[in-house]
Design a protein around this ligand. Structure first.
Ligand SMILES: *Cc1c(COP(=O)(O)O)cnc(C)c1O
Length: 403
């Protein structure tokens, strides 16, 4: 047996050879879009702080007050003494804004998947994931012990073929997708997935980590709407006269479970599940990453709640990131953005790293995303747009990217 470090040095050398090693940098956010790294300042197109709420004065004030009043840490799990009233307040607000019956906050989005999926399915059940699904979904699916299959990205026909062949061999079946794909910025065909879930007697899990909190009721209040508007994707269409009739009751969650994070557009930390009251009641007892972890610090919940209130008071805010992404695409000669995330696929790892370095030399932070985060041969630059970006910076960046 080689000594541990010797074994690991070989592993690292192999990663270096493939330009696949990941390195940590020390980054200080000076404002929502300015990062200081190694003594230099950059305009960042790298974070998921889509609404710039990390530094909003109301959010900072709420966090500061909560920190002074309630101290630094939660002290225990939610089921022991960590269930601060801010949990219930934030959950109620979130459920209301997302038009869900109930919300349950977890330690993070990663943990929410890890709690939810194994609580729903296990041995003898089936999970069918979009092939581009986030690692947190894949890890949770593996943890559950259910059989795991993937369907081609955003391809309901492929999903249907999979269900036709395999659904009847398993007891329960969970279909899962992202609403806005984290590395591609495209939107899932939610209405088709929902129809297939109904037809094949499956549950549907949608991961809304990269959606923004557009007003949930985009149809007539009190009437049902299809999942695609229900899930308020970044550019949820505004139903006009003559639009397709609504297909789903708004709050009756049916077979749909939604999941998201407080750490991206909301600018704080934590994850959540949205669903029926019965689902939430069950998760409190059945989701291990809910039970066996310490509660979030009250100040974190206070910042999340304050951020949600800022969004409620500024209905135009959530439209800004897409507007900025579209502006960038237009100037850079790229196809119109579908969300706040714009990929520029370059292929090889080294090429993506070099492009990222060039932008950095010009004052911009844009990450090179490599396998295994994305499929082999599709290393890319991933631009993410924030309401807080200045148009002049977007234009300068687009000029560098334009081919
Ligand atoms: C970031 C992300 C998560 C995890 O959320 P965290 O709160 O950061 O743990 C889950 N799903 C998707 C699609 C994500 O992009």
């Amino acid at each position: 047996m080689p000594a541990l470090d010797e074994f690991l040095r070989k592993k690292l050398a192999a990663l270096d050879e493939q330009h696949a090693r990941r390195l940590l940098h020390t980054d200080t956010s000076l404002d929502p879009v300015t990062i200081e790294r190694d003594g230099k300042r950059y305009v960042s197109f790298a974070s998921n702080n889509y609404l710039g709420l990390t530094h909003h004065p109301d959010v900072i004030a709420a966090g500061t007050i909560a920190l002074q009043k309630y101290g630094a840490g939660g002290g225990a799990s939610r089921l022991v003494t960590g269930n601060h009233p801010l949990y219930e307040e934030t959950e109620a607000l979130l459920a209301n804004m997302k038009n869900a019956e109930k919300a349950l906050i977890f330690g993070s989005g990663y943990m929410a998947h890890g709690g939810l999926i194994p609580a729903l399915v296990g041995k003898g059940d089936l999970i069918v994931l979009d092939e581009f699904s986030h690692a947190s979904m894949i890890d949770a699916a593996k943890l559950s012990g259910a059989a795991l299959l993937r369907f081609s990205h955003n391809n309901p026909d492929d999903l249907e073929n999979t269900l036709k062949t395999y659904r009847k061999k398993y007891t329960h079946c969970l279909i899962a997708t992202e609403t806005v794909f984290s590395m591609d910025g495209d939107l899932a065909p939610l209405d088709s997935l929902q129809t297939l879930a109904t037809t094949y007697n499956c549950w549907l899990l949608t991961d809304e980590a990269h959606t923004l909190l557009l007003p949930p009721v985009r149809g007539k209040a009190g009437m049902g709407v299809g999942l695609s508007s229900y899930s308020e994707t970044v550019e949820a269409p505004t139903p006009s006269a003559g639009a397709a009739p609504p297909t789903l009751p708004l709050k009756g969650e049916g077979n749909i479970i939604r999941l998201g994070t407080l750490s991206k557009a909301i600018g704080a930390y934590g994850g959540y599940v949205l669903g029926s009251e019965t689902l939430i009641d069950y998760l409190i007892t059945a989701a291990r990453p809910f039970i066996f972890t310490t509660s979030l610090p009250p100040a974190v919940l206070a910042t999340a709640k304050a951020a949600l209130e800022v969004i409620q008071k500024n209905p135009g805010l959530c439209a800004k990131p897409l507007e900025h992404a579209r502006y960038f695409c237009e100037l850079a000669g790229l196809p119109p953005a579908q969300s706040a995330i714009v990929p520029l696929i370059l292929g090889g790892n080294e090429k993506a790293l070099r492009a990222s370095d060039t932008l950095k030399e010009n004052g911009f932070l844009v990450p090179a995303i490599r396998p295994p985060t994305v499929p082999k041969g599709t290393a890319r630059l991933r631009f993410s747009f924030s309401a807080a970006h200045e148009k002049a910076d977007i234009a300068r960046l687009a000029a560098l990217v334009k081919v």
